[in-house]
Ligand binder design. Structure first.
Ligand SMILES: N[C@@H](CCC[C@H](N)C(=O)O)C(=O)O
Length: 277
């Protein structure tokens, strides 16, 4: 199986052109290739497939084999992969995902790729859309949640996939590996959730660390950074444009007047190879 290894701020993916490669079971393949000892090593497997409603279909599988609805960092990598491998000549590419049509745009300056800007679509705030148990019409903004004797104030946002965001005064004091899985698998979240801790630096800067559903601690999360901006605005902490500083680097976010979230950042190819099935 021919593959290419990419990352967006250290959130890394094995990208496979599913229009060329035949894979019997994507979930099993994701577990195998993502393994950092026995496989290629990645946070997720991205399959590129044909679509009737967009330029391409993107499917993303977490390292535990579960399929995710969307992946913000992967969309930037996929756009650059498609363009540089001449699978499209377009610089604005539509991707059919389980979260709807997502549109990355390659932005060049003086002939060199400067950034990839992604129209991440609309944030969804109702419990029923995220999903969170309880009244499906309600929003969850700074709701107290007690775990192991500690009370966290959670704000929940879907960017096609679920995010539970928690503001803290000092992010270095958060034991993400301990608390992340407890919130991910809490009974409030019927489809589990991604978990983000946020420290507000100023009205234009957020520091974020993430525990991802199905992948654990990762260096960055594009849907999570998008949800972080929404949560920060809803809690009155930042303006509608902010930099989200992740362990792997910075993403630039805007919650625009059309209510869409726009996210800009890098996409890097690391190596190509032939995986022996
Ligand atoms: N790293 C991604 C999100 C990947 C999917 C997530 N773990 C889920 O299960 O929802 C991003 O950059 O958005």
């Amino acid at each position: 199986m021919q593959f290419t290894k990419w990352h967006g701020l250290g959130n890394d993916f094995v990208i496979v052109n599913g229009m060329e490669e035949q894979i019997a079971d994507y979930q099993q393949q994701a577990i195998a290739v993502c393994d950092r000892n026995f496989g290629i090593g990645a946070d997720g497997l991205v399959m590129l497939l044909p679509s009737d409603i967009a330029d391409f279909k993107m499917r993303i599988f977490n390292s535990d084999g579960s399929e995710a609805d969307m992946c913000g960092n992967a969309t930037r990598c996929v756009a650059r992969y498609l363009y540089e491998n001449k699978l499209t000549a377009k610089t604005v590419i539509t991707l059919d995902t389980l979260a709807g049509i997502i549109t990355p745009e390659l932005i060049f300056k003086n002939g060199t790729l400067a950034t990839v800007k992604v129209d991440m679509g609309l944030p969804r705030l109702k419990r029923g859309e995220i999903p969170i148990s309880g009244n499906p019409e309600e929003q969850v903004i700074s709701m107290p949640l007690a775990i192991d004797g500690e009370t966290y104030h959670i704000t929940c946002v879907s960017m096609g996939n679920p995010h539970c965001l928690i503001f803290v005064n000092d992010i270095t004091k958060v034991d993400l590996a301990l608390i992340g899985p407890k919130i991910e698998t809490h009974t409030l979240f019927p489809k589990k959730t991604n978990v983000e801790f946020l420290q507000i630096i100023d009205r234009k800067t957020i520091r974020m660390r993430v525990w991802e559903r199905g992948a654990g601690i990762t260096k960055a999360c594009g849907t999570g950074a998008s949800a972080a901006l929404v949560a920060a605005v809803l809690n009155g902490c930042t303006d509608r444009q902010a930099t989200v500083k992740l362990d792997g680097g910075d993403l630039y976010l805007e919650w625009a007047a059309n209510n869409h979230i726009y996210k800009s950042g890098p996409a890097v190819e690391v190596f190509r190879g032939n995986y022996l099935l």
